[in-house]
Design a protein around this ligand. Structure first.
Ligand SMILES: [Zn+2]
Length: 97
């Protein structure tokens, strides 16, 4: 994923979601995630960024699997459970069922 997206305004809420879902493996990852949430990704050291990116990588969805649009951070956690779709495509495809 393009790390530019980590600088988007609502990225912090995604990190907060991962924290509340206990998606991090150890106290080191949790500590860095909290730093990223509090101060922003750009304030992490290169070493912290490396650990952080690795820890959130399994939960990142690059784009909607149907329309190819970026998935907003606010929808990413939900998209993980619904076939990696954006909310728009999710609404469209829910009529097929
Ligand atoms: Zn879509």
């Amino acid at each position: 994923m393009n790390t530019e997206r980590f600088l988007e305004e609502d990225f912090g809420s995604f990190v907060e979601e991962l924290l509340s879902l206990q998606r991090f493996n150890d106290s080191k990852e949790i500590g860095i995630a909290k730093l990223a949430q509090d101060m922003g990704y750009k304030h992490l050291t290169p070493k912290q960024k490396f650990v952080f990116e690795k820890s959130i990588d399994p939960y990142l969805i690059e784009e909607c699997s149907r329309c190819g649009e970026d998935i907003p951070w606010s929808e990413m956690s939900a998209a993980e459970d619904n076939g990696q779709l954006c909310s728009w495509c999710q609404q469209l495809t829910s009529h097929d069922n």
